[in-house]
Design a protein around this ligand. Structure first.
Ligand code: SF4
Length: 437
C-alpha cells in the first residue's frame, strides 16, 4: 500500500485498506468495509508492529473468532531459552494466536528480537517486568523516564502489543491500603507499580506519562493492552470497588488513545464466580465502548490448583460467549510453578476448546463446520477422518491406538466393542445382521 498512515486504526479511519486488514477480513469471512469500520471504531484491533515483518496478522474483537494468548519467557529459576523456543513452536503448531514474552531474567532483548524476526503470531510483552532487568537497578532507583524508555525499546524491537498498567494510580494506593481485599493486588506488573509508587511517593508513570506513551505506540503501531492491576485474585475480591474503579479509568484512557489513533485492548479478570462472568463482560463493553476485552481466565473457583486450565476454560467460554475477544491461556501449573512444555500444551488446548465453544455459541460464520464434519466421521466410524478434525489429533490418535479393540480394529473402539451403538445403528438401518457375540 502506498498511502501513508500511522496505525491500523488511522488507516481504517482514512479509508485505507491495509494488507493486514485484507488478510484479517479473508480469515474471518468478513466484508472488508465492515471490518474497516470496526477497526476505525476501536471495536477490533489488528496488532501489527511495522517492524514485525514475518507476522501473519490476526484481528481481535468480539465480532471475530475468539483468539488465545500463550504466556512464556525465562525467569531466574527457569532460564533455558531453548525450552522457551520449544514452547513457542508448540504454541504455533497448536493454533495459539499470540505469544507474550514475560521474560524476567538476564538479557531479554535477543529472545524478544528472535520472536519478532521469526514468529508468525502476534508478540506481546509487559515492559514493566523488563525494566528492573534491563537497567540492573533496584526498583526504587528507576525514574519515570526509565520506564517509558523500556516501552520505546520494546516498540522498536517489533512487539505488536504491550501490557501497560496505566489505570492504577495514587487513589488505588489508598483503596488497597484501607480496603478489605483478601488478595490485595495479584497482578505482577500492578504490584511492581504499586511498590514503586509506595517507595517513591510519585504517581504511576504509565498514568502520568500516558500521552508520551501514546506517541511511541502511534509511531510504531503498537497496540496497548491496558492492564488490570486490580484484577481479583480470588472469588471474594471479584467485581469490587478497586476492580471497577480501575476499569472506569481504563475507559477514560481508551478514549485518549483513540484520539491519537492508538489501538487499545482492555485486560480483565481474574478470579470471578461463574454467575458474575457475563456481567463483567457487559460492564467492560459499556464503559470502554466496545474495545476488545482480553481476559485472564476468568478462573471460576479458587480450589483447583493443578487443574486451573479447566477452571479458566469454563470461565473463558462463558466470557467469550458474552463478549470477551481474547483469552489468555492458563496452564495446570498456574499458582504452582513456571509451566513446562506439557503444561503449555494442556493450557493451549483448554483455551482453544473454550474459544471454539464460544464461537459456536456466537454463530460465527463457519464456526461449527469442523464439528459437523466430525459428526459425519463418527457416524461412518472413519477414524482417520475423526483425527483430522480433532483439535489435538496426536493425543486423540495416541489414546485410540493404545487401547484398540481385540478384534475388528478398523471398526469400533474399545469403549463398547461389539456393543458399539454407532455400528449397531448403521447395520440396523442398512438391514444387516448385527453380530454381538
Ligand atoms: S464403541 Fe462406543 S465409544 Fe466407540 S465408537 Fe462405538 S459407540 Fe462410540
Amino acid at each position: 500500500m502506498s498511502e501513508s498512515y500511522t496505525t491500523q486504526m488511522d488507516a481504517a479511519r482514512r479509508g485505507i485498506k491495509t494488507e493486514q486488514l485484507v488478510t484479517v477480513a479473508r480469515k474471518e469471512h468478513m466484508d472488508e468495509d465492515k471490518l474497516m469500520k470496526l477497526v476505525a471504531e476501536g471495536k477490533v484491533v489488528i496488532p501489527a508492529n511495522k517492524a514485525h515483518k514475518c507476522l501473519d496478522p490476526e484481528g481481535i474483537g468480539s465480532a471475530l473468532k475468539t483468539k488465545i494468548n500463550v504466556n512464556l519467557g525465562v525467569s531466574r529459576d527457569c532460564k533455558d531459552y531453548d525450552v522457551e523456543m520449544e514452547k513457542v513452536k508448540e504454541a504455533v503448531k497448536l493454533g495459539g494466536d499470540a505469544i507474550m514474552d514475560l521474560s524476567s531474567h538476564g538479557n531479554t532483548q535477543p529472545f524478544r528480537q528472535k520472536l519478532t524476526h521469526e514468529c508468525p503470531v502476534m508478540v506481546g510483552t509487559v515492559p514493566v517486568y523488563d525494566a528492573v532487568i534491563h537497567y540492573q537497578r533496584d526498583l526504587n532507583t528507576l525514574t519515570a523516564e526509565d520506564f517509558i524508555d523500556v516501552v520505546r525499546l520494546h516498540a522498536e524491537d517489533g512487539v505488536d502489543f504491550v501490557t501497560l498498567h496505566c489505570g492504577i494510580n495514587k487513589k488505588t494506593l489508598e483503596q488497597i491500603k484501607h480496603g478489605r481485599r483478601k488478595m490485595n493486588i495479584v497482578s505482577r506488573g500492578g504490584s511492581l507499580i504499586y511498590a514503586w509508587m509506595s517507595m517513591t511517593g510519585e504517581e504511576n508513570p504509565f498514568y502520568s506519562h500516558f500521552d508520551e506513551i501514546l506517541d511511541i505506540c502511534a509511531e510504531h503501531d503498537v497496540t496497548i493492552s491496558l492492564g488490570d492491576a486490580c484484577r481479583p485474585g480470588c472469588l471474594a475480591d471479584a467485581t469490587d470497588i478497586s476492580q471497577v474503579d480501575e476499569l472506569i479509568r481504563l475507559g477514560e484512557l481508551t478514549h485518549r488513545a483513540w484520539e491519537k489513533n492508538v489501538q487499545v485492548m482492555i485486560e480483565g479478570p481474574g478470579h470471578v464466580p461463574l454467575d458474575q462472568v457475563a456481567a463483567n463482560m457487559k460492564i467492560e463493553q459499556t464503559i470502554c465502548k466496545g474495545a476488545p476485552f482480553y481476559v485472564l481466565g476468568p478462573l471460576v473457583t479458587d480450589v483447583a490448583p493443578g487443574y486451573d486450565h479447566i477452571t479458566a476454560a469454563i470461565g473463558g467460554a462463558v466470557a467469550a460467549m458474552n463478549g470477551a475477544a481474547f483469552l489468555c491461556y492458563v496452564t495446570p501449573a498456574e499458582h504452582l510453578a513456571l509451566p513446562n512444555v506439557e503444561d503449555v500444551r494442556n493450557g493451549i488446548i483448554a483455551s482453544k476448546i473454550a474459544a471454539h465453544a464460544a464461537d459456536i455459541a456466537k454463530h460465527l460464520p463457519g464456526a461449527r463446520d469442523e464439528d459437523d464434519a466430525m459428526a459425519d466421521a463418527r457416524r461412518k466410524l472413519d477414524w482417520d477422518e475423526q483425527f483430522k478434525h480433532a483439535l489435538d489429533p496426536d493425543t486423540a490418535k495416541a489414546i485410540r491406538d493404545s487401547r484398540l479393540p481385540e478384534d475388528d480394529h478398523s471398526d469400533t473402539c474399545s469403549m463398547c466393542g461389539k456393543f458399539c451403538a454407532v455400528r449397531s445403528m448403521n447395520k440396523a438401518l442398512a438391514g444387516e445382521m448385527i453380530d454381538i457375540l
